[in-house]
Design a protein around this ligand. Structure first.
Ligand SMILES: [Zn+2]
Ligand SMILES: [Zn+2]
Length: 120
């Protein structure tokens, strides 16, 4: 399998889900479809896709790193017990209201830790 094909396999996996997967989740799914694919190949391609801004990386402190199909800045709510992660619907003007008036926000990352319904 060539580099381009490997990359599209990885991207298709992310795009076919709700969009937040750990590298290990992605590797497991890739390997079940393409047993020859290696963990390092999957991890390398996740790095390339992140560097190119096709996907984003969400680092939950003390938790896994998630790969996100949506590369635009947005916020997340994460369950600290089971790691369930969801996008937080927060308008970008809500972010503007948190910072001084002449601030030019280039990017942001807001993570709210909250027990999910299953863990509550
Ligand atoms: Zn939970
Ligand atoms: Zn997200």
């Amino acid at each position: 399998m060539g580099e381009t094909k490997q990359r599209s396999v990885v991207l298709d996996i992310i795009n076919s889900t709700h969009g937040h997967l750990t590298a290990e989740d992605i590797y497991q799914r890739a390997a079940s479809a393409y047993p020859a694919i290696s963990r390092s190949t999957v991890y390398r391609n996740l790095g390339i896709l992140t560097d190119r801004g096709v996907i984003a990386q969400v680092n939950a402190p003390g938790k896994a790193t998630y790969f996100d199909r949506n590369p635009e800045p947005h916020s997340h709510i994460i369950c600290p017990r089971c790691g369930a992660i969801e996008d937080l619907p927060l308008e970008s003007n809500a972010i503007s209201s948190l910072v001084p008036p002449d601030t030019d926000v280039l990017s942001y990352s807001l993570i709210i830790n909250s027990l999910c319904a299953d863990c509550r």
